[in-house]
Design a binder for this molecule. Structure first.
Ligand SMILES: Cc1cc2nc3c(=O)[nH]c(=O)nc-3n(C[C@H](O)[C@H](O)[C@H](O)COP(=O)(O)OP(=O)(O)OC[C@H]3O[C@@H](n4cnc5c(N)ncnc54)[C@H](O)[C@@H]3O)c2cc1C
Length: 375
């Protein structure tokens, strides 16, 4: 069985490891980094699965037709498999989908996350209570101020934090946090835990990284790890015949496949294109908002997006219980096509399932594609 996964983000990665576990030959085609490379450094998997399936019928988890227990079982398998694969590819993670911590970003603001890089994990805010924390600053960096971060940690989270500033003379004045990427971490003060802005290497025990705001060193690292098993290529066309997608075209090359997983992301990834009406560019699949084709909602949707930008995050493909994408009439035009990740609509992809939806739907899509499970 040959499976082509189109996409270069966390959904494609999850689909690929799952399909390979089923024994499929897997080719991942990715044109460029997408939203995965922008994540802040904390993976949000899911909050309350029971509430999702009971109250959010359009959510990709609910559309799988599984109860909360079955979803939990699938996550129990998917998350450790993903963590193991990423560790082999050079990125160690900590946490699990049932654990939930709070981690400070470079401004000292707390963000929830279930799974984090091992370099972020020691900074879980509740674990910092009663500890003295040095916040490492770099004099030449203009878009991050360790003194303000330390103050925010104190005022917002009651942490005994202070700023410790060093100079990296080879940096230009007004450098950015991203200029620290890949540099060796300056020595930490004795006797305190040390919070570093993200991007340094060689952190010692008792040190941790803060979360980022985009562009994100955490996202770059993750993207580098997941890209190791991917081929750099843009799929320009998917050929179909008799209700099956038969091949993917990249440049002047056409590759046949028994099944295809579309993990092309939302607007940032390029899985959806925002013309006058949002559309799916490769097969013209149905694009929905709150269960209705976006074409029907028309310009009303643009007004809604203007009033509340998160409306746009909920736009996307709709799938049946086997992750086959639907056309606008609600039919499944292709038996061997599966969709996963942020290309799916029905949930806020910048919200509490930001990584949970791509990981779990990727995991299932990869398995079903490899088994030839047309449903
Ligand atoms: C700014 C920002 C910050 C975020 N921060 C967090 C966070 O801190 N925690 C969290 O849990 N979630 C966060 N999210 C959400 C999370 O990052 C996304 O939901 C998730 O990364 C989506 O993964 P994906 O693989 O589905 O899509 P993407 O990562 O967007 O990947 C889509 C991939 O498909 C490729 N592609 C598209 N079309 C083609 C084609 N024709 N041929 C080949 N390849 C193609 C793209 O190049 C890209 O590699 C954030 C989102 C954003 C936008």
């Amino acid at each position: 069985m040959k499976v082509i996964v189109v996409g270069g983000g966390i959904a494609a990665y999850s689909a690929a490891i799952s399909a390979r576990r089923e024994g499929a030959e897997v080719v991942v085609l990715a044109k460029a980094p997408g939203a995965t490379a922008l994540y802040a450094g904390g993976m949000e998997i899911a909050d309350d699965l029971d509430a999702i399936v009971k109250t959010q019928p359009d959510h990709p988890f609910s559309r799988l037709g599984m109860d909360a227990l079955r979803l939990a079982t699938e996550l129990d398998n998917a998350i450790p498999a993903l963590a193991l694969a990423l560790e082999k590819d050079g990125m160690k993670l900590e946490g699990g989908w049932k654990s939930r911590g709070l981690y400070a970003d470079i401004h000292g603001v707390a963000r929830p996350a279930n799974v984090v890089p091992a370099t972020v994990a020691p900074g879980e805010l509740r674990a910092l209570a009663g500890r003295r924390v040095a916040v490492m600053g770099v004099r030449e960096v203009g878009d991050y101020d360790a003194a303000s971060t330390a103050q925010a940690l104190k005022e917002l989270h009651g942490i005994d934090a202070f700023a410790e500033e060093v100079s990296i003379p080879e940096l230009p004045t007004g450098a950015s946090v991203t200029d620290l990427y890949g540099r060796r971490a300056p020595a930490a003060p004795r006797g305190a835990l040390t919070a570093y802005p993200p991007g340094f290497t060689g952190l010692l025990d008792g040190a941790f990284e803060l979360l980022a705001s985009p562009p994100s060193p955490h996202g770059w690292r993750l993207q580098q790890a997941i890209a190791l098993s991917m081929a750099r290529a843009e799929v320009t066309k998917l050929e179909a015949a008799d209700g099956r997608v038969t091949s993917a075209q990249t440049g002047d090359r056409t590759q046949g496949a028994d099944a295809i997983v579309l993990a092309t992301g939302q607007h940032i990834g390029g899985g959806l294109l925002k013309d006058h009406v949002t559309r799916e560019p490769l097969l013209g699949l149905g694009v929905f908002y709150e269960g209705r084709p976006v074409r029907v909602a028309g310009t009303r949707l643009q007004h809604l997006e203007y009033l509340d930008p998160s409306t746009g995050f909920r736009i996307g493909l709709r799938t049946d219980q086997r992750l086959h994408p639907l056309d606008e009439e609600g039919a499944t035009p292709y038996r061997n096509l599966y969709a996963a990740g942020a290309v799916l609509g029905g949930y806020d992809y910048a919200g509490p399932c930001g990584f949970g939806v791509p990981i779990l739907t990727g995991w299932l899509a990869g398995r079903w594609a490899a088994r030839g499970d047309g449903g």
